[in-house]
Design a protein around this ligand. Structure first.
Ligand code: SAH
Length: 267
């Protein structure tokens, strides 16, 4: 039973509540209808580096907008301070939006923030977002699964080495899995990742793509193989944010590239 007259559904936001909203991967049109509806009612928005600031144009003019993001190691605000502010604003009966890139619960500490709010008795909700893990490959013409190529995809952080709690990442198992491997926060460790995968049995001719600023006009995809990608990425001077996709689905980009902004460096 479809009733177009009631679309878009107007989600009513409640004062004193914190909404963890996924902003989507970059293209501002990729925020959800629910996320947009709540953002329009916000009294205060705390937003991250990867949440497209264009989205702030829908926030009421008298609302407070606080940049709390971090990029490449420079934190605008420490996590403890962000947590404290969320509680403080909620207790003063504001409609509080915590706007995070992609999906709030895919890396990026959304779970920690929710836990802190729950522990402090603050009402909170999560509005899931379109994660970069799937959307960035899609905008580069790479379906993360495809019959005959990959029956699963695996999303991991590449931020190993500097993150002691990520030591559980078992690259020997990841290398052996017949899966599309999607690595976030991995650009700085690309050489290490390629080494781990090849040493543990992924063939050197396995296709790989590194996609910078996916879904945005600045999108740039560099493709190659495990053997060639480190040099290519260096030559193309790829910078974060970038996402890595490993697997045979990467070959489909030759046929499926559709996003006109994408300036690919072909393999
Ligand atoms: N919660 C986010 C991920 C946060 S971790 C999500 O669901 O998408 C941040 C990492 O995500 C970046 O280091 C990068 O690897 C990836 N990323 C996010 N947006 C991206 C984009 N537009 N293009 C390429 N990579 C992106």
């Amino acid at each position: 039973m479809h009733n177009n007259a009631v679309f878009p559904f107007a989600s009513e936001a409640t004062p004193g509540t914190v909404y963890l909203i996924g902003a989507g991967p970059g293209d501002p049109d990729l925020i959800t209808v629910k996320g947009l509806n709540i953002l329009r009612q916000a009294d205060v928005v705390l937003y991250d580096y990867l949440a497209n600031p264009v989205l702030l144009s829908v926030v009421p003019p008298d609302a407070e907008k606080l940049y709390v993001g971090k990029s490449a190691g420079s934190h605008a605000l420490p996590q403890q301070e962000i947590n404290r502010l969320l509680v403080q604003y909620a207790r003063s009966q504001k409609i509080v939006v915590r706007l995070k890139g992609g999906d709030p619960f895919v890396f990026g500490r959304g779970g920690e923030e929710a836990l802190y709010l729950a522990q402090h008795g603050i009402p909170w909700q999560v509005v899931p977002g379109v994660t970069s893990a799937v959307a960035v490959p899609a905008y580069a013409g790479i379906p993360v699964t495809h019959r005959g190529y990959a029956a699963s995809f695996t999303v991991v952080t590449g931020h190993t080495g500097t993150h002691p709690d990520n030591s559980y990442l078992d690259w020997s198992t990841l290398a052996r899995l017949n899966t599309t491997l999607i690595i976030l926060m991995g650009l700085g460790n690309l050489a290490f990742i390629v080494d781990e995968l090849t040493q543990h049995g992924r063939p050197g001719d396995t296709p790989i793509a590194v996609i910078q600023w996916g879904t945005l006009p600045e999108q740039h995809a560099v493709t190659g193989t495990l053997n060639t990608i480190v040099e290519r990425v260096k030559a193309a001077q790829v910078r974060p944010p970038a996402l890595i996709v490993v697997g045979h689905v990467v070959d489909l980009a030759q046929h499926l590239r559709w996003f006109s902004a994408d300036a690919d460096t072909p393999s």
